[in-house]
Design a protein around this ligand. Structure first.
Ligand code: GDP
Ligand code: MG
Length: 441
């Protein structure tokens, strides 16, 4: 829905030659509605829009000739600023000194999983983590952590005879010293809802542990509720960072904006899967792209790079940069993408794709992809080079017959391709070069 809202906002603006205060305001109104639909909290949207309004309706912007690009540019940049600055560091002390990291968050937010992910990452970085089972509430919580520890070969401290997490923390500190661990990861208890007892328990653990980092784990799928729980934890504890989990699902990312606004602390990592390697550094620019519904192109490029021939990727990037994106490139990307993973997940990362899949008669993504490839394959080289100019009614019928679809589907594909290459060209022109370079490095 966010994508629809923004597409129509940009469509409205595209028809207008020049940016004026009134058409900018119209565009921003649609952006505002879209953010609300992406589960960004009301208060946060209001603050954000005020900031964007001040910038967008300023003098510099009014000189622009391309309203839709300006709105995207201003909103995009404001989103990036709003969610930044980045600080991925866990501020570890020197080796031989004990750094304590305390995880907190609601039950089910992903604390234990993320504790495992951090343990894995720290171990890979040459540290000696010790994971501590401070969740004495949830049945099976201790076992869950021990299983992770065995998988990762990272030590776990627990005491099944204890009822008080403070005592466990204290014993864990002594144990860390004994075995020479240098990072203590405290996996604390959560509740289904914030309550006094939970906060009191956490404050007591906090006083005993004197953590160097208190990390709040938030489930990005919880949308508006994320704001309330973030507020409560922020009031009770001195947070140092946030980890947003479950961003591999269809969460729009609105929670990132809200949580950052409420806590003011950096979002350090994002969880992108149940596997223990599914932890990534948080990048405001990518999240801004996701919230805007333009698709997380950079993440996609990064992922593709890991799995595909580097040279071919370099060629495609070059073409993207020069704005020479053709249906052949499109086809190549489509077929590569289908090898990347679950299609539904991948599709959301490509601009315009959500809409295209919808137009293809609601068939499932897998089938939709095959149809699209079929359509492109039924085109001549000339048609592929310049689809919107060359393909007339007759050609459309021929292509449709050749690929077993309806002529209007050929039309939709060409239209979506046009929209997509516009976005790509715009992104390539605007700082994309630098970002691409960063991704490659
Ligand atoms: P806790 O109660 O806060 O300790 O939450 P858990 O770590 O037990 O996680 C709750 C559920 O969320 C489990 O099924 C995890 O596998 C799942 N989970 C955690 N992080 C992620 C993530 O980034 N992506 C997905 N898809 N699932 C996650
Ligand atoms: Mg847990």
């Amino acid at each position: 829905a966010l994508q629809d809202g923004l597409s129509s906002a940009f469509k409205t603006l595209r028809g207008q030659g020049k940016l004026s205060e009134s058409n900018m305001r119209d565009g921003l109104k649609l952006v505002e509605r879209s953010l609300l639909e992406a589960d960004v909290s009301f208060a946060v949207v209001r603050d954000f829009m005020k900031r964007v309004n001040d910038e967008a309706v300023g003098e510099a912007v009014l000189k622009s000739l391309n309203p839709s690009q300006q709105v995207v540019g201003v909103v995009y940049q404001a989103l990036v600023d709003f969610m930044g600055p980045v600080d991925h560091s866990l501020h570890l002390k020197g080796k031989g000194e004990l750094t304590t990291i305390m995880m907190c968050g609601l039950q089910g937010s992903g604390k234990t999983t993320t504790t495992g992910k951090l343990g894995r990452q720290l171990k890979a970085a040459g540290r000696m983590p010790l994971m501590v089972a401070c969740d004495l509430q949830r049945p099976g919580a201790i076992d869950q952590l021990h299983i992770l520890g065995e998988q990762l070969e990272v030590p776990v401290f627990s005491d099944r005879t204890q009822k008080d997490p403070v005592a466990v923390t204290k014993a864990a500190q002594a144990h860390a010293k004994k075995i020479g661990a240098d990072v203590l990861l405290l996996d604390t208890a959560g509740r289904l809802h914030v309550d006094e007892a939970l906060m009191e328990e956490l404050k007591r653990v906090d006083r005993q542990a004197m953590p160097d980092q208190v990390l709040l784990v938030i489930d990005s799928m919880t949308g508006q509720d994320a704001v309330n729980s973030a507020q409560a934890f922020n009031d009770a504890l001195e947070l140092d960072g946030v980890i947003l989990t479950k961003l591999d699902g269809d969460a729009r990312g609105g929670a990132a904006l809200s949580v950052k606004h409420v806590t003011g602390v950096p979002i350090k990592y994002i969880g992108v899967g149940e596997h223990l390697d599914a932890l990534e550094e948080f990048h405001p620019d990518r999240m801004a792209g996701r919230i805007l519904g333009q698709g997380d192109i950079l993440t996609l490029v990064e992922k593709a790079q890991r799995e595909f021939d580097q040279d071919e990727m370099a060629r495609q990037e070059e073409r993207l940069r020069k704005g020479e994106f053709t249906l052949d490139d499109f086809r190549k990307q489509m077929s590569q993408i289908s090898r990347l993973g679950p299609l539904q997940k991948i599709m959301g990362m490509i601009p315009g794709m959500g809409g295209l899949m919808k137009h293809l008669d609601n068939v499932d993504a897998e089938q939709g992809m095959r149809r699209m490839l079929g359509i492109v394959d039924s085109m001549t080289a000339e048609e592929k080079r310049n689809p919107s100019k060359v393909i007339d009614q007759n050609r459309r019928r021929r292509i449709a017959a050749g690929s077993g679809v309806q002529p209007h589907e050929v039309n939709e594909l060409v239209k979506q391709f046009d929209a997509m290459s516009q976005v790509m060209t715009a992104m390539a022109g605007k700082g994309a070069r630098d970002r691409m370079k960063m991704v490659r490095d």
